[in-house]
Each structure stands twice: as C-alpha cells, then as structure tokens.
Design a binder for this molecule. Structure first.
Ligand code: G6P
Length: 494
C-alpha cells in the first residue's frame, strides 16, 4: 500500500450524478463510461477532490447549495472524497459538448471523417470553439486554481479530450503546479490534425503541453502524439525518452494502458442481479452466441460488424438456427446528429440481416438498445465469441472486462486499431475493421476453434489483465508524477 496523496481529478463526467426519485428524495447514481469506472478506485486509495461538470439540474442544485464549493461524497465502498461540480452556462456547455468535443475532437481523434465532405468549419463551429469549448475549459481551470489555493501540494490529473485548453490556463496562474493529463482516446497522425484550422489545432497542442506528463494508452498513440507536437507547434522531440520541449517547458509522454479491477468485476458477475439477468440470457441463447457490447458510437464500427455477420451467415447455412448475435448497445450522445443518424444506420443494418435470414423460431441478430450494465455483464459470462471491431479505439475496456468473467472459454475477435490489441494480440483473433470479408472469416475461425486452444487463450488474457490491473495503472502514473516533481519549473512563453 502506498501513502495517501492529495489529488485533484478533473474530468467532464463525474463519478456520480444526482436526481430526485419518485418520493422526491435526492439520489446519487453512478456515472457511466470507462473513464469514470476506471478512476473510481483512485478515491479509495488517495485523498481525492474530483472536479466535474454539473450534468443534471439536480447536480446544479447540489453545487448551488454548496455555494460553488466541493461537497463531501462517499464511494460505494464507503471511502470519502470531495466532489466539486462546475455549473456551466447551458449554451456554452452545449457548444462545448455537442459542437466541439464530440463532433470535432472525438471525430478527428478516431479518423472518422472521409474529408471529401466533412469536416466543415463554419462561423458556428468557430464561435462554439471560442465561446463554448474555451469558456468551459476556463471554468474548469478556475475551479482547479481555487482547489490549488486550498491545497497547494496537490497534484492535478486532467482527463480526456474535453479539457485540452484548461492545463495551459492553470499553468499561467500557478506556474509550479504539478499536472498530468491522461488521453483516453487515440492520437492521430499530424496530417489528419490538419483537418482542423491552425489556431484550433495549435491551442489543443499547446494546451496539453502545459502538463508535466501526458499519458496515452499505447506506444502507437504516443508516437503519433510526439510527431504531431513536432509538426503542429514545432516542438523539439526526444522520441526515445518520450520528451517534448516547447515554450521553455518539458513534458514527459508515457504509454500507460488503462485496465480494470478484476476483483470488483468478479463480485459484480456473482451478484444476484447479474445472475438473474444471466438466467434470462441462458434461457433464450442459441447454441453459439456471438456478443458485442458498445456505445452507439460511429467509432465502434457496429454497422460493418453486422455486415460481416451477414457475410458469415451467407457462407455457413449449416449454422442457421444454431448461431445468434446479441448486440447490447448503449445509446450515446443522441443530441448530436452524427450519432442519431448512426443509431438509425445500426437499426437498418440489423433489420437487413434479420429480413434476409430469420425463420420461425430463429432470430439471427438480437439488437437491444439500452443502458443496462447488469445485462452486459450477464452476457459477458455467456458469449462464445466476443466481437470488438472498432474503427479506432483508445483502449476498449469491453475487451478486458468480458474475458475476465466469461464461463464458456469464449474467443475474443479484436480490431487491430484498438489500444487493447497492443497488449492482447497473441491471444485474440485479430481483424482489420474495414475488411468485412476478413471479419466474416474470423467469426468462422472463432466459432470452430478447438476447446483446448480457446481455454489456453482465455486464461492467458485473464492472467495478463490480473497482472496489469487498475491499481498498477494508478501506481505507475503516480510514479510518473514523482519523476517530474523537482524538474525545474519554468514559465510558459507567451
Ligand atoms: C469515452 C470517453 C470518456 C467519456 C465516455 C462516455 O470513454 O473517453 O471521456 O466519458 O466515453 O461518453 P460521454 O460523452 O457519455 O461522457
């Protein structure tokens, strides 16, 4: 056990969100998403103040009652932490989240534009950058500075693409702050960053380079990061040592693959709720169950996955009535047109498969659109093949969670463009996300793999995840910070 440390965690989505139940009582619900799940264990081990956006009206009410100060919260295991909810102007927040962070930054960082028709930066997007993204980042920076005044020896941990500008704003006010930033999504090559107007791509890079440490999941994303710092802002790079020099400062760049808490997962998998859901899935399941669990995000490549399954069925009539795909999809970011259109494409894709192959008593593709974590974990226990074919994905935690609790020696089909692939490659069936014929063949390979081979591979994946769990991830990052504390702080150039 390491010493308890003072940490200020900063992320757009917080660990809980408040609402009122039917009787009017205030209730706190666990926030969703991989980031929040992964960071939750930080709270149990360290003295954490968590700064996040107020997402609901009740969040704003909680913040208001506290006069803008942090409130005392308790994690599921009883650990105390402080939660500071930043209330944003609703129009600014909408522009930050629905115009810039997701349709621009998420899209650029997953190579989601074909460039012939998108992106297009009109005046609205430029205004959303200045009056949405930058303003919300300024509000976050303000909250961090207040916390640093209260607790000057705390280290700041920024998270993700929502907060690229904030670190520089904090650095200008607190030059010797210790700050690190974890990017949970891929980093793309410099030429693709050129899809963004110069002032915006520069602000992204200069903002994040105000940190002492920048971490990404894989060596591949780190290499892209170093190259784009060189190309976009002319930084001086030490590729071997992972060091960027820019504006009179140094930033260390590290590959730190995020992980999960295997014990927590085992507990959830054994809970009464999950068992009940598993019972339902087991009662209906086909002989061979192919599973996918995703948010309805264009980066997840759900439509091509359905197409690959269609090609597989076309080639394997002997499996009719015996195989089935269960797609458990969490509806995501539906206020953004690209996302609601993608959900439509998913529904049409599933319909195409079922219209073509369905017969009485056999539904080839069972599509369920719901935010249902319990059902997802139940399905993790039941799959024979798990399909993760993301276009690009920073890590993909489903690929780590599901094998841990699977009870059928299930096989993992994994896109070569996921961060998880860098770690799990020896034991998975690798696929190129655009090669639907290759994915159809991978489904066949996985479904016919010999029992012994499946067991050996699944055990190896589990061993790897247990040896590289979430606590190890956190410890390594604290160690990274210790290395930079003491490196002479220098001011940022104008
Ligand atoms: C990804 C991102 C997180 C985000 C999560 C859920 O995991 O890296 O930052 O919180 O998706 O997305 P949402 O937009 O609902 O917060």
């Amino acid at each position: 056990m390491t010493e308890r440390r003072k940490l200020i965690v900063v992320s757009n989505r917080g660990p809980v969100t408040y609402s009122r139940d039917d009787s009017g009582e205030r209730v706190a619900k666990r926030g969703g998403g991989g980031l929040v799940t992964a960071l939750r264990s930080l709270v149990t081990q360290h003295d954490v103040t968590w700064i996040a956006s107020a997402m609901s009206e009740e969040d704003a009410a909680v913040a208001g009652e506290a006069g803008g100060e942090a409130v005392e919260e308790t994690a599921d295991d009883g650990s105390p932490y402080r939660l500071k909810l930043v209330v944003h102007d609703p129009v600014a927040y909408d522009r930050y989240y629905n115009v810039v962070a997701n349709p621009v930054l998420w899209f650029v960082q997953h190579y989601l534009w074909g460039l012939a028709t998108a992106p297009e930066f009109d005046h609205g997007v430029h205004a959303a950058w200045a009056e949405g993204y930058v303003s919300v980042n300024r509000a976050f920076a303000e909250a961090v500075v207040e916390e640093l005044e209260r607790s000057p020896d705390a280290s700041v941990f920024f998270h993700d693409y929502h907060l690229y500008v904030a670190p520089r704003l904090v650095r200008e006010r607190v030059p010797d702050a210790t700050m690190s930033h974890f990017v949970h999504i891929p980093w793309v090559m410099p030429d693709y960053w050129r899809a963004l107007p110069e002032p915006i791509r520069r602000a992204v890079h200069e903002g994040i380079l105000a940190n002492d440490v920048v971490s990404l999941h894989t060596d591949r994303w780190c290499r892209s990061f170093l190259r784009s710092c060189e190309d976009v802002v002319g930084a001086e790079i030490e590729f071997e040592g992972g060091l960027v020099r820019h504006g009179g400062r140094e930033t260390s760049v590290r590959a730190r693959p995020i992980s999960v808490d295997p014990e927590e997962f085992a507990e959830i998998a054994g809970s009464g709720e999950v068992r009940a859901a598993e019972h339902d899935i087991a009662a209906e399941r086909p002989e061979f169950l192919i599973l996918r669990v995703d948010r309805t995000d264009p980066s997840k490549n759900i439509v091509r996955g359905f197409r690959a399954y269609e090609l597989y069925l076309e080639a394997h009539p002997e499996m009719y009535g015996r195989v089935g795909m269960l797609a458990l999809l969490d509806p995501s970011r539906q206020d953004i047109p690209e996302y609601s259109e993608y959900l439509g494409a998913i529904q049409r894709g599933a319909r195409t498969v079922n219209d073509r192959f369905q017969h009485p008593g056999w539904l080839p593709l069972d599509l369920r659109i719901a935010d249902d974590f319990t059902q997802a974990v139940a399905a993790y226990k039941q799959f024979d093949v798990l399909l993760v074919n993301a276009i690009f994905d920073g890590m993909n935690l489903v690929a780590k969670e599901a094998p841990l609790v699977n009870t059928r020696d299930g096989v993992l089909i994994l896109s070569e463009n996921t961060g998880a692939h860098e770690e799990l490659e020896p034991w998975v069936v690798s696929v190129n996300p655009f090669d639907v014929a290759g994915q159809a063949e991978a489904l066949h390979v996985a479904l016919t793999m010999a029992g012994d081979e499946r067991r050996v591979r699944l055990e190896a994946i589990r061993r790897h995840i247990r040896e590289h769990d979430i606590s190890a991830w956190i410890e390594t990052q604290l160690h990274d910070l210790d290395e930079v504390v003491g490196r002479s702080p220098t001011s940022i150039s104008a």
